[in-house]
Design a protein around this ligand. Structure first.
Ligand SMILES: Cc1ncc(COP(=O)(O)O)c(C=O)c1O
Length: 453
């Protein structure tokens, strides 16, 4: 037993308390009550649970652990800020908010971009959508309220954001936001009729144009998409897809929002995923790796074109307020996090280790059930199928969404999401040995499933 171990009695007490009083997010109480996974320590890509078991965290928390675990200096930066002044008086600022906005503009393709800070991804999406509507009001398209998004996307848990992902938890929310329109997502694996991938990508992007034409361009405020949708299975589009979205947005005067809550801050081997495709969205939403999860923070980053439209009288002002959006402690965490990124070349490491990971994953294709491996930087997916020709999914009776996490756990790899699609999003400071360890564990889990098929 090391110094982290907590005695059995304390563990029982915690389990009992959790069973009675804790609401876990998006999890069925029956599944965890009495047996909740509790973690007590993190270092690099490794996490240790309350029973002293060590795991490689293959999804980097909930897709946000850019700089990895155990960065005491980020904790110290938060502490120092809070000891000086934890929050400014109303409608004023603290130094880290200003400096972080400047830092984001420095790494963002539009150097005069303005950041509106929030406390997380859903709020960033809410903010971006409201900005888009207000931009349209201020620039002459005052009746524009519709938002076009893609089916099977995820843009957050709040009532508006949930309307943009389909189908998701909106079934528990009653009617969705009026004006939410959903179009086809981009799928790199099931391209119909042997179509050329670029032609198909343009065909998928054109679904936004179809929807705009059908509903009337004057009523459409914005279109929103994740550069690479994790909820839809990590399909990387060719650059023509986002370039076509940009063209459509310009042609019909629709605000283009890139939801980079997962892909932002180096995940794909560049600071922003849209940097791969030589185009600039009008608004980019970020959160998660902005602080690597050390403190809650998000932002809607608006290009000058958008933010300048709010300059004028009170009528033009963007009237939007979130009490703890851009909390100074969180902004201090963001600044320190990005300092670590630069010092340790984490964006470059994401590219290098991402290439290494993808190369190794290719070898898994020798398994009869590995239909596809794909990814960009350190965001990758393995798709399992029962037949590689038809790309048919594995039968539900196999319950792989329960088995794969269990098998990976036995190889000391932690994942919360693995089924037909095994998603990988490890901390950006992962090294080759750790990738070898991860791929070995994946290979052994997949071999076990293959034998059961
Ligand atoms: C693409 C995307 N947008 C928005 C959100 C919502 O972020 P949050 O959970 O911080 O509110 C998420 C969360 O996973 C996300 O993946």
């Amino acid at each position: 037993m090391n110094e982290l171990s907590i005695n059995g009695e304390k563990i029982e007490e915690l389990q009992s308390l959790a069973s009675q009083n804790l609401f876990m997010h998006a999890q069925q109480i029956n599944d965890w009550a009495g047996d909740l996974r509790i973690f007590v320590k993190g270092e690099g890509v490794w996490v240790t649970d309350i029973n002293d078991n060590k795991f490689l965290d293959s999804t980097g928390g909930l897709w946000f652990k850019g700089a990895g675990y155990g960065r005491a200096e980020i904790g110290q930066a938060i502490y120092e800020q809070i000891c000086e002044i934890e929050t400014p008086p109303a409608m004023a600022a603290c130094i880290p908010q200003i400096e972080l906005a400047g830092k984001i503009a420095e790494i963002y393709p539009d150097k005069s971009a303005r950041s509106f800070f929030t406390s997380g991804g859903s709020e960033s999406v809410e903010t971006a959508v409201k900005m888009a509507k207000k931009y349209q009001m201020n620039t002459g398209k005052s009746g524009a309220y519709k938002i076009i998004s893609r089916r099977y996307s995820y843009h957050g848990a709040t009532a508006m954001a949930v309307s943009l992902g389909k189908p998701s938890t909106s079934d528990t929310m009653g009617p969705e936001m009026p004006g939410a329109i959903h179009v086809q997502n981009w799928d790199s694996y099931r391209i119909p009729n042997n179509m050329d991938p670029v032609d198909y990508a343009i065909h998928c992007a054109n679904q936004f144009e179809e929807a705009i034409k059908h509903t009337g361009a004057d009523s459409v405020a914005a279109m929103i998409a994740e550069p690479i949708s994790v909820s839809f299975g990590i399909h990387v589009p060719p650059k023509e897809y986002w370039q076509r979205l940009r063209e459509i947005a310009d042609e019909y005067n629709v605000v283009l929002i890139a939801d980079e809550v997962i892909t932002g801050f180096g995940r794909t081997g560049k600071y922003f995923a849209t940097d791969h495709w030589d185009m600039i969205p009008d608004i980019t939403t970020v959160a998660k790796s902005l602080t690597s999860g050390y403190s809650p923070l998000g932002a809607a980053i608006a290009t000058k074109k958008i933010s300048d439209s709010f300059i004028g009288t009170e009528k033009e002002m963007f009237l939007h307020l979130i009490t703890f959006g851009g909390h100074p402690g969180s902004c201090a965490a963001g600044l320190k996090n990005l300092e670590i990124y630069e010092r340790e070349n984490l964006v470059e490491n994401s590219k290098k280790m991402g290439d290494y990971l993808l190369n190794k994953l290719e070898n898994l294709k020798s398994s009869k059930i590995v239909g596809d491996v794909r990814g960009l930087g350190l965001l990758a997916a393995i798709e399992l199928v029962s037949d590689k020709n038809t790309k048919e999914k594995l039968p539900a009776s196999l319950e792989i969404q329960k088995k794969i996490p269990m098998y990976l756990n036995e190889s000391n790899i932690f994942t919360f999401r693995a089924g037909d699609i095994i998603s990988l999003c490890p901390p950006l400071n992962i090294n080759k040995d750790e990738i070898d360890f991860l791929v070995e564990g994946l290979s052994s889990a997949i071999n076990r499933i293959e034998k059961e098929v």
